[in-house]
Ligand binder design. Structure first.
Ligand code: IMP
Length: 501
């Protein structure tokens, strides 16, 4: 007879946290959200080789994780997994762009030669929208620097547009400059000391490398949790599949990727086992997550196969119709709780700690706290990040409201059929995801700051200041349908609706 789970499976919405004792040291300023990302021998006292400063990753999806979002999330302390449903070259190029991005060091995108006219300069400024222009001998971004000109150096209507740029620019002799190798802190100090708005950085031959702007140098200080590798480059992840990994993985490693994950709707398969084995035997240092699974059997299988972390979740994603299409899945909370128990048992047995990631189905910020309390080390979010300025999709007006587009990897729009590939060919492909809109929500920084603040405050209510203690000490209660109504504003006429996130 089939195995029947006796208990119904539950979603995050059906649980609440019960407060614990909050001591005098249990204050938001003392809370750390640092969390492990990949397996390590905890019992032997090893340190986890890759950790995040916030427990949030962005989903392996076309509508979510490109290089721009990856930089924005790394600045906050999390990791993006750049989508794999694109050519190997394009995905590797995105990874390379994240690794080449130097916080605060900007490659000049508006450049001009000294003998060009103010008219040409105005045209260039209109094209890029950037009003500080590097004047180089050959008019390229890395040419020999001869001056800087900004919109404030000439007055349209008062100057002849046929006049030369050289007559109005600040010449090299009057410029404050940084030398190659200068750190952002040093550049920032120079900007303040010399009261300039930008600092060109040049190499030993006087060729322009970067510009550092006053506003960007300050923004570095606004991101104390930014996630950097040993060479001060942003940490970035990427999604891979079980088909072309022998070509994709080396290209991603070459581009500098820090961590990868097999991206599949169902990970309890021979294909994932083989991929993990092949990749680890050829590139033993490559960090590869696997999934998704929803029970202890699935976790143990991937743990034995060498997964560096395991993703949990089938059918819970906001754009997901897998449960309707195939009847496969499990409530996300129940899946997380069971897999966390299996992870702890595996650790007791082997001494190896394998982080687990609750992927999909996070609607409210407090669902993240619940997922962590249930044992997840971090979460993966699609819809959440799709709403922000930095996501790759269009911002549109629909019915008078700003929205952003968001579609599933299993939708006809993404056509990422490899994600659902079970080997061989039989029958026809069908959709497991939808194409949708999500409400536009502004900048990633503002939203992540709010979300993490809520997590931190809830942790203090639970009497803990770090995620391992939350996992150990949280008290979690199931709620009845009736008490869900009690949880929102009720039996009053609300004046201004405060929408929870
Ligand atoms: P969300 O945060 O609830 O929007 O869920 C995002 C997660 O849904 C992703 O990380 C994937 O695990 C999963 N997912 C992405 N595309 C699809 C799809 O087309 N069908 C089913 N699940 C999907």
């Amino acid at each position: 007879m089939a195995y029947i789970f006796e208990e119904p499976s539950h979603t995050f919405d059906e649980y609440l946290l019960v407060p614990g004792y909050t001591g005098p040291d249990c204050i938001p300023a003392n809370v750390t959200l640092q969390t492990p990302v990949v397996r390590y021998n905890k019992k032997a006292g090893e340190k986890c080789p890759l950790t995040m400063n916030i427990p949030m990753t962005s989903a392996v999806m076309q509508a979510v994780s490109d290089d721009k979002l990856a930089v924005a999330l790394a600045k906050e302390g999390g990791i993006s997994f750049i989508f794999g449903s694109q050519t190997i070259e394009n995905q590797a190029a995105m990874v390379a762009r994240v690794k080449a991005y130097k916080a605060g060091f900007v490659s000049s995108d508006t450049n001009i030669r000294p003998e060009q006219t103010l008219g040409e300069l105005v045209e260039a400024i209109e094209k890029t929208g950037h009003s500080t222009v590097a004047v180089t001998e050959d008019g390229t971004a890395n040419g020999k620097l001869v001056g800087i000109i900004t919109e404030r150096d000439f007055r349209i209507g008062h100057c002849e547009m046929s006049e030369k740029v050289s007559a109005y620019m600040t010449p090299l002799s009057s410029l404050v400059m940084g030398k190659e190798g200068i750190t952002l802190d040093e550049a920032n100090d120079l900007i303040w000391e010399k009261k300039v708005n930008q600092l060109p950085v040049v190499d030993k031959d006087g060729k322009l490398l970067y510009l550092v702007f006053r506003k960007d140098a300050a923004s570095h200080e606004e991101h104390p949790l930014e996630l950097l590798d040993s060479q001060k480059r942003y940490i970035v992840g990427a999604g891979i599949n079980t088909r072309d990994y022998m070509d994709r993985v080396p290209a991603l490693l070459e581009a500098g990727v820090d961590v990868m994950t097999l991206d599949s709707s169902e990970g309890f398969t021979e294909w994932q086992r083989r991929a993990l084995q092949d990749i680890h035997s050829k590139w033993p240092n490559a960090k590869i997550g696997a999934g998704n699974v929803v029970d202890a059997d699935g976790f143990n299988f991937l743990a034995e196969a060498g997964a560096d972390f395991v993703k949990i979740g089938i059918g819970g994603g906001s754009i997901c119709i897998t449960r309707e299409q195939k009847g496969i899945g499990r409530g996300q909370a129940t899946a997380t709780i069971e897999v966390a128990k299996a992870r702890d048992a595996y650790y007791e047995k082997t001494g190896i700690y394998i982080p687990i990631c609750s992927d999909g189905g996070i609607v409210y910020d407090h669902h993240v706290t619940l997922a962590l309390a249930m044992g997840a080390d971090f979460v993966m979010l699609g819809r959440y990040f799709a709403r922000f300025d930095e996501s790759p999709t269009n911002k549109l007006i629909v019915n008078g409201n700003y929205v952003k587009e968001y579609w599933g990897e299993g939708s006809n729009r993404a056509r990422n059929w490899q994600r659902y590939d079970l080997g061989g060919k039989k029958g026809m492909a069908f959709e497991e995801g939808v194409d949708s809109y999500v409400p536009y929500a502004g900048s990633l920084h503002d939203n992540v700051t709010l979300t993490t603040s809520k997590i931190i405050h809830a942790m203090c209510n639970c009497g803990v200041t770090n995620i391992p203690d939350l996992q150990k000490n949280a008290k979690i209660t199931l709620v009845s349908a009736a008490s869900l109504r009690e949880g929102g504003a009720h039996d009053v006429i609300v004046k201004n609706t405060v929408k929870a996130n």
